[in-house]
Design a binder for this molecule. Structure first.
Ligand code: MRU
Length: 348
């Protein structure tokens, strides 16, 4: 059973502090909106779906902590809270999608007493969490159909249980395939600069008894050239209407390599990661992060302290390079402009 990354318990949001992995499994209980926003910003909680779930609870906890009498002030405070959480990270659409769901529930029930609106906000956050769990299960089941016995699979960053409220997106397919008795070998890119692959994916997969081998990002081409990889699987932070998608920096490199080496390249994501308001990947906002993340590995400088750094946290993979998208609604193939359209209406 994949590890539980995020849950609401006794008025607090209990998360695994992913900054501490793999050295220590530390849980943190977040009891304020600032705690939750801080956890998202610093990647204590990370991965697009988990960010969405955390943000939803952030709205509830934030508003529940306030003692407000008038409706007008309640809605003003709610908007301020939502705008506050929105600025935590810009790329994963799940953050904005979850916040919008929370806002809509409150607005739709504006005639009800404040206590009732608070209860509805709590219920909505729980719904977002449970839906994510179910979406992960379904994605896993669809994904497992694409995985053969003895496949050697390369993955990037962490698109597992640690990135969601359930069993993960890309890694959920590995878990489902394992349940079917398939023997799979996974190669995990270390994923510089923050090493989500090395720290999180290897830890998570080893815990689940999956055969995993860690490689440096720069080794992927060599493995492909040596015919050591059958499939590449990744997650997504935001997918545009045409199928261009943002994911952890380095994903685009793998997509390009997959084309040269003729290896299927699959993107796994729940419908909450699609952004049909943007036509293509050019409009996806890409987060720029602290230069010290590149200058340092953990607490040690591996570069001169004052060297200039360029640190985009995500890149955009053009849809042409994607063999298929695997979502909770099924497997979507080219032409994406047409096939993905059916997801548009079903997005809650
Ligand atoms: O910066 P992170 O660690 O939040 O980036 C996470 C990723 O890029 C994941 O691949 C993506 O969110 C999909 S998670 C199911």
């Amino acid at each position: 059973m994949p590890i539980k990354t995020i849950e609401y318990k006794n008025g607090k949001l209990k998360i695994i502090d992913q900054r501490k992995l793999p050295c220590k499994l530390v849980y943190r209980n977040l009891s304020s909106v600032n705690d939750i926003k801080g956890a998202i910003k610093t990647l204590a909680v990370r991965g697009a779906p988990a960010i969405g779930v955390a943000a939803a609870y952030g709205v509830y906890i934030g508003i529940d902590n306030l003692r407000i009498k008038g409706k007008k002030i309640f809605f003003r405070k709610l908007n301020v809270l939502i705008r506050h959480i929105e600025t935590a990270r810009p790329t994963a659409i799940n953050l904005f999608w979850a916040l919008e769901r929370m806002r809509k529930v409150a607005v739709k029930n504006r005639e009800k007493p404040i206590s009732a609106i608070k209860r509805l906000l709590f219920n909505e956050a729980g719904k977002i969490q449970r839906e994510d769990e179910i979406m992960c299960e379904k994605i896993g089941r669809f994904g497992a159909r694409l995985i053969n016995d003895k496949d050697r699979i390369l993955t990037h960053c962490n698109a597992g249980a640690l990135a969601t409220a359930g069993s993960g997106t890309a890694l959920s397919a590995i878990y489902a395939a394992k349940k079917q008795g398939k023997k799979i070998k996974v190669y995990a890119d270390e994923t510089r600069p923050l090493l989500q692959g090395a720290r999180l994916t290897t830890w998570e997969l080893m815990r689940e008894g999956i055969d995993v081998t860690l490689i440096c990002d720069s080794m992927a081409a060599t493995l492909m050239k040596k015919a050591m990889i059958d499939k590449i699987i990744v997650g997504a932070d935001r997918i545009a209407a045409n199928g261009d998608f943002a994911n952890k920096i380095g994903t685009y490199n793998l997509a390009l390599l997959s084309m040269v080496h003729k290896i299927p390249f699959y993107c796994f994501a729940p419908s909450s990661s699609f952004d049909f308001s943007i036509k293509n990947g050019e409009s996806i906002p890409i987060e720029q992060r602290d230069p010290d993340e590149v200058r340092k590995i953990k607490d040690f400088f591996c570069a001169p302290k004052k060297v200039k750094v360029y640190n985009p946290a995500f890149d955009v993979t053009p849809h042409e390079l994607v063999t298929a998208f695997i979502t909770e609604k099924g497997v979507f193939r080219k032409p994406y402009m047409r096939s993905l359209k059916s997801l548009k209406g079903s997005k809650s």
